[in-house]
Design a protein around this ligand. Sequence first.
Ligand code: URA
Ligand code: SF4
Length: 207
Amino acid sequence: MSDSWESLVQEIKRCEKCPLHKYRKNPVPGEGDTSSPVLFVGEAPGRTEDETGRPFVGAAGQYLTQLLSMIGVERSRVYITNVVKCRPPGNRDPTEEEIQACSEYLVRQIKLLKPKAIVALGRHSGRFLYKLAGLNWTSMTREHGRVRDVEILGLKVKLVATYHPASGLYNPGLKEDIEKDFKGPIKQVIDEAFGRGEKGLLKFIKK
Ligand code: URA
Ligand code: SF4
């Protein structure tokens, strides 16, 4: 049976597969362009996200929107979601069990979207996506900003991880790393995915 964005959202809204459903006001399936070649994956909804049912709309979300506009990307042109769709109480880290239970939805989102580029925000997202790509996750210090050519669920994807935007707000020392990652490798994979990078242009000129 073929899957659809509508059934996915309906299932997430009714989902009780892990304890997080008990605390949520609203699950946060994701938002953006469902035909975008670019997927952003954060960790889990925070307070504002839980209240609104939308991903990355609190302080970290405003910073993400700013980072995207800094590299000439409108937020509405990418798809944004999280590894875990319901807010962990008090913004604690999601547990391994919760990530496992919820991962079915992210896997289905990747299959529906078929992205060319995936950007992992934060270590839970990085670790999960590296595993899906058959890569060994070491640490964010080592992995951030590295473009990895991988196969995820049978799709050829450029995968890049960076620090979670919230960590840039708590720890201004990381802002420089995050902004370098956005201006360099993240911009590069997004431009390529949109066919407007150097490679995209060359392809165009050759034809
Ligand atoms: N942090 C996340 O990881 N995701 C959100 O949606 C908001 C904050
Ligand atoms: Fe279901 Fe995911 Fe919410 Fe857990 S976090 S209840 S698995 S949607």
